[in-house]
Design a protein around this ligand. Sequence first.
Ligand code: SF4
Ligand code: SF4
Length: 68
Amino acid sequence: MPKKTIVVDYRACEPEKCEDGICQAALVCEKKILTQEALYEMPDTKAAMCLSCAVCVQACPNNAVHLM
Ligand code: SF4
Ligand code: SF4
């Protein structure tokens, strides 16, 4: 079975609802797979490097980050 990797559901992502516009999922990813260019922007992903640890999934208050 292929390894699960991180996917951001951009329909559910609402950075304006995250504390000070900081992507909580990007904040907790130690590998910097999820990155946020600027406050109040949606995060980018480098999914191929994802460890599938799911820490970011738990951190997103909008349930916008998934392992698939
Ligand atoms: S924590 Fe979730 S809702 Fe907030 S910016 Fe990141 S992906 Fe979007
Ligand atoms: S699953 Fe882990 S390694 Fe992958 S993006 Fe989320 S926090 Fe980073």
